[in-house]
Write a protein that binds this ligand. Structure first.
Ligand code: SF4
Length: 622
């Protein structure tokens, strides 16, 4: 199959069987790969009532047609699983090199199922798979274990995706870490590997796969790389990384401060921003596989309590562990980021949980004896770092915060639910819905809970004709709810395509759907069009929602946290809140969902999902 390795690897850890299956060509055509393929596989194989931490849950690692090619950001892989944090279907994305090596080892997807009796790791190399003992690696941090496996196998080019101590302890904020601190961070996927006694998956591949029209494909890749090199939006990302958001958007009120209580903190944002990082601790380092954009950061702190040399924090981490906790010490946040990498915990959820803990401490819901003697006060970097350790080790207050803010609020009681900022149990990312109203809707209807990677709709607010190829024309002004339903719907559809082909989202700064269609056509030989890709995106989103519906999700769950709907008193979003009802109603209508929040039978059938329509609505009456 052109554009694909053509095979799926299935590893059953209970029976210790490793089998190869041909990639289903219909699934490749209809879902592309990555997230789409993974969502379809989990829909087919994991019943919605499955306990996420049982051997019956499965986790799919999937790449796509542009992975490991000359495309400038074909580095990423997606994972799909039923989340132990939210209880619904979750996908997550990571960069680095691991995904490219999986494909070059011969696979478009890896399905892990069952559970091993004792710790193991997988070694996948050029069509061969071994299940190896990992008892000696259990307990190692997620950066160290990568080196240990490379040394054990004797090849430093091996790429490793692994869990740290938090995943081993099934902390619900835990995640997989690959390639020196890259992470598909969200949804507690580290706990799934922990529940399967799977410490790591090492991959190495140098095989090839066919590209349908190599000349056309390489010409497109060359043009994209050139556009990438000259785009101003990309240039800023290259120079300052995602941390530039702090420098550029603080005045608009996009940065959450003090657990979403404040709308303005100029000094704090600038102290954590990309410019400050560049002036102080940034050192040169490589980007993801063949990426010419290079947003990733590497930092070196020469001395002091936060001495470190490792991957630098992204914007989301700087806000979650910084401004959310009223901390503007860049070195401290960088150090905390490194700790999260080592424990294998999601920096967004961890930061949100610590900020929640600080507010609960202030309100007397958490006492000093709960924290092991730590004064959990706003702005205290040492306290934030102590809590990161407690979450990573699953000890003291970490046993509560590490289960996520929804469960923590239930445990603490009182008014804690009012300031536990999550959607469907997933801690909210770091863009303020009171600044970008569409982001509020994106969080509320996000397929994995509050999420900034299923449609980055703020890019389309206040922009003339955001996406004409998908008929999104006109202007969608800031601080206006009306009209945002279609913005969010199309933004989600586009991201579903991007996460399935699998490209880095940042390339959509310069690429249109017709560019993506041309790439996919040249790679696979299947004739994709811009409008045809819209259908692919809609299909993936509808299938994901249908699975979540079968897990019990309805309209009642499509709500923001109360705190995100309290107006701030200062900054660019002072006094502003989105009208969620207006936006939700529009979104349901343009998505073809019923008033209760299910894709309608007609919608599902129009997307070729008759089997799913039957699951949701029963057999069709004649
Ligand atoms: S833009 Fe950043 S995240 Fe995306 S592929 Fe390049 S380095 Fe990786």
């Amino acid at each position: 199959m052109d554009g694909y390795a053509g095979k799926v690897l299935r590893v059953n850890l209970t029976t210790r069987e490793c089998t190869e299956e041909p990639l289903n060509p219909k699934y490749a055509r209809d879902y592309l790969g990555g997230t789409g393929l993974g969502v379809r596989m989990i829909y087919d194989e994991v019943p919605p009532a499955t306990d996420p931490l049982s051997p019956e849950n499965k986790i799919v690692f999937a790449v796509g047609p542009v992975t490991a090619t000359n495309y400038t950001s074909g580095a990423r892989y997606q994972i799909v699983f039923k989340s132990p944090l939210t209880g619904i279907l979750c996908d997550a994305s990571s960069g680095g090199y691991w995904g490219a090596d999986l494909k070059r080892a011969g696979y478009d997807a890896l399905i892990v199922e069952g559970a091993a009796d004792d710790p193991v790791y997988l070694w996948v190399h050029n069509g061969k798979t071994e299940i190896r003992p990992a008892t000696h690696l259990w307990g190692q941090d997620a950066l160290k274990v990568q080196e240990s496996i490379q040394r054990e196998i004797g090849d430093e080019r091996i790429r490793v995706a692994c869990i740290g101590p938090a995943g081993e302890r099934k902390v619900l904020l835990s995640c997989i870490i690959n390639d020196e601190g890259r992470a598909p961070g969200r949804g507690g996927n580290g706990a799934i590997l922990g529940s399967k006694n799977l410490k790591a998956i090492a991959v190495r591949g140098n095989g090839n796969f066919p590209i349908h029209d190599l000349t056309a494909y390489n010409a497109l890749c060359k043009r994209i790389a050139k556009d990438n090199a000259t785009s101003p939006a990309v240039a800023a990302m290259r120079e300052y990384g995602t941390a530039q958001v702090l420098d550029n958007l603080w005045a608009m009120g996009d940065i959450p401060i003090k657990n979403w209580q404040l709308g303005l903190w100029e000094e704090g944002c600038k102290n954590l921003g990309g410019k400050k990082m560049k002036e102080t601790i940034l050192v040169p380092h490589t980007a993801c596989y063949r990426c010419t954009l290079g947003c990733s950061r590497w930092v070196k702190i020469e001395e002091g309590p936060y001495k470190m040399d490792g991957p630098g924090p992204e914007y989301e981490t700087l806000a979650a562990m910084g401004t959310m906790c009223l901390i503007d010490d860049l070195n401290a946040v960088s150090f905390a980021n490194d700790l999260c990498n080592r424990y294998g915990i999601d920096t967004i959820s961890t930061g949100v949980a610590i900020a929640f803990g600080m507010e609960a401490y202030e309100k007397g819901l958490i006492k000093k004896e709960d924290t092991g003697g730590i004064e959990l006060k706003w702005g205290d970097a040492q306290a934030m770092i102590a809590m990161t350790h407690q979450i990573g080790k699953n000890e003291k207050l970490g046993t509560i915060l590490g289960q996520g803010v929804k469960r923590a609020a239930e445990k603490l009681g009182g008014d804690a639910w009012k300031f536990a900022v999550h959607v469907k149990g997933m801690e909210s990312p770091m863009h303020d819905p009171r600044t970008f109203y569409s982001m509020g809707l994106t969080y509320a209807v996000g397929p994995r809970g509050a999420c900034h990677l299923h449609g980055h709709s703020p890019l389309w607010e206040n922009v003339q004709d955001p996406l004409p190829e998908w008929d999104l024309k006109g202007m969608y002004p800031l601080h206006v709810s009306k009209g945002k339903g279609i913005v969010v719907k199309l933004s989600q559809d586009l991201t579903a395509v991007v996460n399935s082909m699998v490209s880095c989202y940042f390339l959509t700064f310069i690429l249109k759907p017709s560019d993506l269609a041309a790439l996919l056509t040249a790679a696979t030989g299947t004739k994709y069009t811009a409008k045809g890709l819209l259908k692919v995106g809609e299909r993936i989103m509808a299938l994901h929602r249908a699975y979540n519906n079968r897990c019990g999700i309805t309209r009642k769950d499509d709500v923001l946290a109360p705190r995100q709907l309290e107006p701030t008193k200062e900054g660019g979003n002072a006094g502003k809140v989105p009208d969620m009802e207006v936006m939700l109603k529009e979104f349901y209508k343009v998505s073809g969902w019923t008033p209760s929040g299910k894709p309608s039978r007609k919608t599902l059938e129009s997307l070729g999902l008759r089997d799913v329509a039957k699951d949701l609505y029963g057999p069709k009456r004649k």
